[in-house]
Ligand binder design. Sequence first.
Ligand SMILES: *[C@@H]1O[C@H](CO)[C@@H](O)[C@H](O)[C@H]1NC(C)=O
Length: 485
Amino acid sequence: MMMMIATSTINIGGRKKREQYLFLIIFLCICTIFFQRFSLSVEAASNSGSLKYTRHNYKQVSSLRLQRIEKHLNKINKPAVITVQSPDGDIIDCVHKRKQPALDHPLLKNHKIQKEAPERPKAMKKKMKHTNDKDEEGINNNNGDEAAAAVEGKGKEGAWVVHQTWHRNGTRCPRGTVPIRRSTVDDVLRAKSLFDYGKKKQQQPPNNFNFNNNLTADLSARRTNAPDVVSGNGHEHAIAYTGSLQEVYGARATINVWTPSIEQANEFSLSQIWVLSGSFDGSDLNSIEAGWQVSPELYGDNSPRLFTYWTTDSYQATGCYNLLCSGFIQTNSRIAIGASISPVSSYASNQYDVTILIWKDPKLGNWWMGFGDNTLVGYWPADLFTHLAEKATMVEWGGEVVNTRANGEHTATQMGSGHFAEDGFGKASYFRNLEIVDSDNSLSSVPGVSTLAENTNCYNIESSYNNEWGTHFYYGGPGKNSRCP
Ligand SMILES: *[C@@H]1O[C@H](CO)[C@@H](O)[C@H](O)[C@H]1NC(C)=O
């Protein structure tokens, strides 16, 4: 802004004044630099539109706070055998398996990391054809114009060179180590507090949120069936879910990957699977979640990242994202949780998706996470949970955003691709081949799902069924628009 003023002044001024103006410009430049240096954190807190994160000026942070943060980071960042610098700025530490954060958990002090692969769920139905989309890294490329064609054919050979972004470095983590995204002081400073770092914001009871249409009554009637749709604190969803009172031992889906834009730094947009058990309006909800998310606050950028989450007390004190607290045990040396996924889908062009499977090992009871068709990422030990120690009672698939209503309006934070469900393949984001694992450790297509979105003028969902994609749905939306003010 200041520079603009200086430039226009010079155009009016004559030759003689040139030197004066040059001085003025230099002076203004210096001012601008100073101004920027000292207003970085203010900017980060209040910016809108294009989110840009600059490093904090640590001088603004009290040394006591810095000390506390560093102490915490020393605890969660484990010593690296080697370190890999990702082109996107992440630092990936290859940490010895036995030194990973999970084992700090009081219940896991003497935990023996499971060496044997658990028994994979059996594909029951012949319609499980998409399992031939083999991809070591777990990312599929759908090049087709038609949804069905995309899954069936193209890209079988060429498309599987896609990675997590850090793989482009070329260095792999040595055997016996697991790749862990290092947390930085900046990561913590973006969170509201040290306690909040890595936590999902607590979702408050639903009564203080205004819906823009008459869905409220309907929603509260269904809320007993759809637990995580507690829309306090601006959390909004477009989800599909199985009926409750079912015994479920896992779930799988293939999720389209996009880069939804986020308006406010403290908002997020995610697309995930929830595996749930416990009471939905009490404080003992157990939840295991995995998918991709864009969260400027958590990661400092706008890239979709593979993430996990767990809680055993309705998002209160237990659990966290990724490996930011102890709990999730990682076994894979190639996939880093919290690292960005690339490439991502683009509008009316190449589509990319990732397959995520969460299931309970019938022998030892641990909840495992699979990525792609053959990659095991790690597991949540059964000991972490109360209700989920036994089984899940509900599964949800879909999108969630936080709308802070900054400036008193719905924000333009996008869900999915930012386009509504009816736009279909290549434009709207999708989940395909929704499956659940039953007590037999068998995978089967979900016969039918219910869907739910708080305000379909902001984000919506449409589910459907066909042979290739089984039960699937399109979902998402732009957030703020003329019908979603
Ligand atoms: C890969 O990571 C190493 C270790 O941090 C770094 O020295 C190197 O420059 C990185 N290479 C590339 C190609 O980014």
